[in-house]
Unconditional design. Sequence first.
Length: 410
Amino acid sequence: MISFKIFFKQRMARFLIVMFASLLLLSNLSVYLIANVQSTRQIERQDAAFATLLEHLIIYESVDTSIVYAEHYTHAHRINLIYKDENNNILYQSDVLPNNGKQINLYNDANEKIGEVTLDYQPSFISAEVTVGLIVYNVFSLMLFSSILIILFKYLNKQNAILQKDMNNIGKEQEVFTFKDISNINERYVKALKIEKDLIEMQKHYVQLLAHDVKTPLTVMKAYLEGVKLGRLKFDEKINEDLLSEIDSIEKLVPQIIAMDIIQIEKTQNIAPIIENQLKKLQEVFMTKNITLNYSLDNFEMKVSEYDITRIIEHLVFNAFYYSNAKSSVQVTLDASSHMLTVADTGIGMTQKTINEIYNGPHRSESSAKYNKKGNGIGLQIVFEIIKRMNASIAIESEIGIGTKISISF
């Protein structure tokens, strides 16, 4: 396990140095090979030109002139050389004799041998050029790499400071984060903290209710048992049944929170973010029919479970989706001033007879079947059941070919 600081400063620096050294080694090898090939080709061209000029001087000038040129060439090009005539007599040789040099025969225009020359370049001449080139290249590369490394370290230090700031802000709401990933982590963490806090508050609430409500049956049981103990009451079947009844009452008082998920517990909360989150999830579904899903949500607090609000939105909005034509629109509105949630579509609509049937129980008209073959009319009944439990009211307005508007008053 390592810290971000170690990762940025040590491991990344080590990685960059190893990468640079590897690339520098490969580039040096490449430069050397390329330089060697180029030098070989240059020497071959130079030797051929030298031999051609010697042939020209021997044929059109004189042997003495060719000797002078050979001597000059030796000093100018730092080369070891032996120059012989056609009878293998040495006309000129450098101070240092060639060692395994290259032999070139000289010919006249009649293709008759008129001499030969053996050439051997001094090793230091070629290697010096390549060495100097590599030294300059490596020094420049090291300077460039050092500059880049310094700039990179400054940048990484700055980013590490920003990262540390973001890390220190995890758990705080309404904070602006630089790194999106940490912002997402913070969002999930804050949400988890809020759920835990709500759960603790809910547990306290239910414990208080339990402590209050269990007091009555315990008082009754205590009175019965004290009466039997003091002889004022006779323990009979009726007292036994009363005691069992009180015990049963206590068992039923165990809080639902033990078996329920936090989102199923009623609490006072702002329902706008819950609705917005659900609508965002459904956006892609609506895009499959090119239906526009619009919403306008006021902040509105009420005592309700997240689970119930989510189910209401799911059923109403999916109904609007199923029974709307492509390229239409659906509008979801939460009006805090009127305490009203509205889902309005521009779909196929319903008759008043169909609306009355829906109020009486699960119902589907014949025209709706071709839009949603799998539907069974249960969705709105679930909404009705939730609305009834919340002591709210629901109203349905619809017109064939115009659309449907469902309003819930909280």
